[in-house]
Design a protein around this ligand. Structure first.
Ligand SMILES: Cc1cc2nc3c(=O)[nH]c(=O)nc-3n(C[C@H](O)[C@H](O)[C@H](O)COP(=O)(O)OP(=O)(O)OC[C@H]3O[C@@H](n4cnc5c(N)ncnc54)[C@H](O)[C@@H]3O)c2cc1C
Length: 424
């Protein structure tokens, strides 16, 4: 293998025709990295939403652009985030509607039977169908030099990729974020899924334990419940969606209780046990140890920015726990280097990453920009999904209307006490 050949094209599981088509687009196994010829106007590190938008925009303005991705182009949104989650949520919504159909006066023959394997295959098909937009060949056709491999800053104006040095006038760090983990005894040994692995499931977990009550935990808890899993949420937060409007969270809580999702809130995780009966989360809400059992644990306790292990120090780029330090033009502490997306923003949304990258796409012109001061956010739980700013009248009133009009919920399977929390 030469320096220009990227190593280790990843396999996305399950290794079926849809996932092979996805990989063929966003991480072609036979890809050969270009050979850099002189200094780039712009080097973009990370090919998620922010990186793709920054690279395409700069190339469109005539800049010489290199784009470096270590795993899959499209980043979280296409591969492990918005696209797969919303594909599944859509089916969960359909299943819920069928279940509620009699309440609307529509007769159905009993509860829906969900074919989870088919649900996930549909998701993989849709994801693969969207992947040409984020593909290596498309970006090459836009005039972008696409490199696969780990980017590493080796100086204030140089990035190394697999032994090749890319020199730049400007760079954008768009390395995104990853799922946070928890230092809880027994958790690693018991095993858990995150957003990077849950979309590889092909069998429906009979009992799902969701750790975390933020938007990702809530969306997926409700989706899996509606697809037929018994679901319990365990969270340190005292309520669902702790960063959202309390009114909307209260409506969602009522809905989750009606859909028989067990809520263990304000719960400090003590340890995780694993045995033949499955996994057990032991937690404490101030009244002694309680337990919740399940077959699969989904960890959804927030996102941490990807700022370590790629030489930011060598480039003079400062970061904190919350991400890269940027000014109001998204410039880092190295004036040549900018940032965009989850790595530098509290607004961890695709549209925010896109907006930041658009503002930063005149790399050589020095056009002024600023991070979004107001950002619409999106959450797709039912009944209070929301597109809008926090506290907006629209979000609360639509939630309230939906909650008051929704017919009775009848679960696919009777809730079993074993999936719920119980006092010892
Ligand atoms: C389950 C889930 C559901 C979501 N749903 C929604 C939704 O409905 N709506 C919404 O707006 N947002 C949603 N999001 C958030 C959205 O996915 C992110 O905000 C968005 O993907 C951020 O884009 P980004 O470009 O900043 O980072 P990412 O998409 O994370 O891309 C960063 C890229 O950088 C690469 N990289 C990292 N380090 C290096 C390196 N050293 N060298 C080379 N490459 C590197 C990574 O491999 C990755 O491909 C969801 C997220 C999750 C997890």
């Amino acid at each position: 293998m030469t320096a220009s050949e990227p190593k280790g094209a990843p396999t996305v599981l399950p290794d079926d025709s849809y996932n092979r088509a996805l990989v063929e687009n966003v991480r072609p196994p036979t890809w050969t990295n270009p050979t850099p010829a002189g200094r780039y106007n712009l080097v973009v590190v990370g090919a998620g939403t922010a990186g793709l938008v920054a690279a395409a925009g700069a190339a469109g303005l005539g800049a010489r652009v290199a784009l470096v991705e270590r795993r899959l182009m499209g980043g979280d949104c296409l591969n492990f985030g918005c696209v797969p989650s919303k594909a599944i949520l859509r089916v969960a919504h359909v299943a819920a509607l069928v279940r509620e159909a009699p309440g609307y006066g529509v007769a159905v023959d009993g509860p829906p039977r969900v074919d989870f394997g088919a649900v996930m295959a549909r998701m993989r098909r849709l994801r693969a169908a969207l992947s040409p937009t984020d593909s290596a060949s498309r970006f090459r056709s836009l005039g972008v030099d696409v490199y696969f491999g780990d980017a590493r800053f080796v100086g204030p104006d140089t990035v190394d990729v697999g032994g090749q040095q890319l020199r730049f006038s400007r760079a954008v760090v768009a390395t995104g974020s990853r799922a946070a983990t928890l230092p809880v005894a027994g958790l690693a040994e018991a095993g858990f899924l995150t957003n990077e692995t849950i979309f590889s499931l092909t069998d429906l977990p009979r009992r799902l334990l969701v750790v975390g009550a933020g938007p990702i935990g809530c969306e997926l808890a409700q989706a899996f419940r509606r697809l037929g899993s018994e679901v319990a949420i365990v969270s340190l937060d005292p309520r669902l969606l702790p960063r959202e409007d309390p009114d909307a969270a209260a409506i969602l809580t009522a809905r989750f209780e009606r859909e028989q999702i067990a809520l263990n809130l304000g719960a400090r995780l003590v340890r995780v046990e694993a045995g033949p009966e499955g996994k057990v989360i032991v937690f404490d809400r101030g009244r002694g140890e309680e337990r919740a059992g399940g077959d699969v644990i989904l960890l959804a306790v927030g996102r941490v920015p990807d700022v370590e292990g790629f030489g930011l120090e060598a480039a003079g780029v400062r970061h904190e726990r919350t991400g890269l330090v940027v000014d109001d033009r998204l410039r880092t502490t190295n004036p040549r280097i900018y940032a965009a997306g989850d790595v530098c923003s509290g607004y961890k949304f695709t549209h925010a990453a896109d907006a930041m990258a658009r503002r930063r796409r005149r790399p050589a012109s020095g056009a002024t920009t600023s991070p979004p001061s107001r950002c619409p956010s999106r959450r797709s739980t039912a009944p209070c999904s929301r597109v809008g700013r926090r506290g907006s009248r629209a979000s609360i009133s639509s939630a309230a209307a939906d909650a008051s009009l929704a017919p009775r919920w009848s679960p696919a399977t009777p809730a079993r006490r074993s999936a719920r929390s119980s006092s010892p």
